[in-house]
Design a protein around this ligand. Structure first.
Ligand code: ZN
Length: 429
């Protein structure tokens, strides 16, 4: 809406003055996220006494700052929560300190991490692996029997534009202008918050520029994670996930491919599943699947729903196949692509056996070991009800049962615990 339209919703606040105070040039159109919220705010401001509003603001600032202040403020928020919910959630001070630096000064800390633990040789190896995984996926998109021609064309176009970046961003955010003082923890946090706000505001008049590796806890190089982002059709493989158990420099490549490689393959297929189909090659919301492709995909993935519905996670509890479908599909795609990429890298040759296991066997064992998992029954109940990933141990073996290559590698037969009738195997990618 226009600024005037927004102003009409909240006469109690002078929006022009507010923007001026924030040094923001009024835009011709602005986005209002919550119509009811802004109207309610107007009612609150115009009906409550000024002293109440001052108390509320005073309280908001203090309660947001308790973690950065000394006694008696420090720990108050935790104590409040403990009394309200009977929960104690404070982490040890060392962990809080590391966490604070990791979220506030995420790039300077990441840069130190990368310099110390992420050698260029690791980046090169993973980048080469990514190339083989892409090539295997492209082959499947070209030859897959269930994709109709128009969906196939769109999928290939989308794959050609997936921007996979390994380790760390091309440019680091420069935090050096911030005045960091050894004796002013609260001030440091306020100055960093101000810096971040100004950085965001400076983007306002400019065209959209995608920034990578800078969402604390998720995509910074120090977060143990790799993620596909449909809004820019890219994958960030953070430096910190490229370490054991996902990757070990100089280790058996069968193991490295079928752990970190399978994770990368998993993320890649997310661009081409029931969610990825809603975003096009440049990240706009536009469904590029025909109803035919969508139907075929559904039919094929239904086999996974049936399988996972049958897995017990506790004596009286089964996994939900539909809740975990998207992730199970990505796991099957990921290990399928990683295994094929491994064989592509080896040009069809097998490496010597290790501990009596062939190259292919070691690949599948490595995948299974990646999902080693232990939890109390209460935690399993919580995860089974809320997590759209299957329980760890199911991820370890569930996808493998669908792979012809797995059955070939181990020579499984009807009656073996891992056996699955070929007609019941889900074949998606
Ligand atoms: Zn996933």
């Amino acid at each position: 809406m226009t600024l005037a339209e927004a102003q009409a919703l909240i006469p109690a606040v002078d929006l022009g003055e507010l923007l001026k105070q924030l040094s923001i040039d009024p835009a011709s159109r602005i986005q209002v996220h919550d119509l009811e919220g802004i109207k309610t705010l107007n009612r609150l401001i115009s009906t409550r006494p000024k002293e109440d509003l001052q108390t509320l603001l005073h309280w908001s600032v203090l309660s947001a700052s308790t973690g950065f202040l000394g006694q008696p403020w420090y720990g108050m928020a935790d104590e409040y929560q403990r009394q309200r919910d009977q929960l104690v959630r404070s982490e040890p001070r060392e962990e809080q300190t590391v966490e604070a630096i990791a979220t506030q000064l995420y790039h300077p800390l990441s840069l130190l991490y990368v310099k110390t633990y992420f050698p260029e040789s690791t980046r090169r190896e993973v980048t080469e692996m990514v190339g083989h995984i892409r090539a295997e996926f492209e082959l499947r998109l070209r030859t897959n029997p269930w994709l109709d021609e128009s969906t196939r064309k769109a999928a290939l176009e989308k794959l050609s534009r997936v921007d996979i970046q390994v380790g760390y961003p091309k440019t680091w955010i420069d935090f050096s202008s911030i005045d960091i003082r050894a004796d002013d923890h609260l001030g440091n946090n306020q100055r960093i918050a101000g810096f971040s706000l100004q950085r965001e505001l400076a983007k306002l008049p400019l065209p959209v520029k995608v920034e990578r590796f800078n969402t604390p806890g998720k995509t910074t190089p120090i977060a143990v994670n790799a993620a596909y982002n449909p809004t820019y059709n890219g994958i960030d493989i953070n430096a910190a996930i490229v370490q054991p158990p996902f990757y070990t420099p100089g280790a058996d490549i069968a193991v490295n491919y079928c752990t970190i490689g399978a994770v990368i393959g998993h993320e890649l297929t997310h661009g081409f599943d029931s969610n990825g189909s809603r975003f096009d090659a440049i990240g706009n919301v536009r469904n590029w699947w025909t109803p035919h492709a969508s139907n075929e995909f559904k039919q094929r993935t239904q086999l996974l729903v049936n399988q996972f519905d049958g897995y017990k996670v506790l004596p009286d509890l089964v996994q939900s196949g539909s809740l975990t479908l998207t992730e199970n599909t990505a796991d099957l795609g990921g290990i399928t692509l990683a295994h094929a990429a491994l064989n592509r890298a080896l040009k069809g040759k097998q490496l010597p056996k290790v501990d009596g296991l062939t190259t292919d066997q070691r690949c599948f064992v490595a995948w299974a070991q990646l999902w080693t998992f232990k939890a109390r029954a209460e935690r399993i109940r919580l995860l089974a009800a809320t997590d759209y990933h299957a329980l760890g141990f199911l991820r370890g073996f569930g996808p493998l049962r669908n792979m012809d290559a797995f059955h070939k590698a181990f020579g499984t037969r009807p009656g073996d615990p891992m056996w699955l009738e070929p007609t019941k195997r889900a074949r998606i990618w």
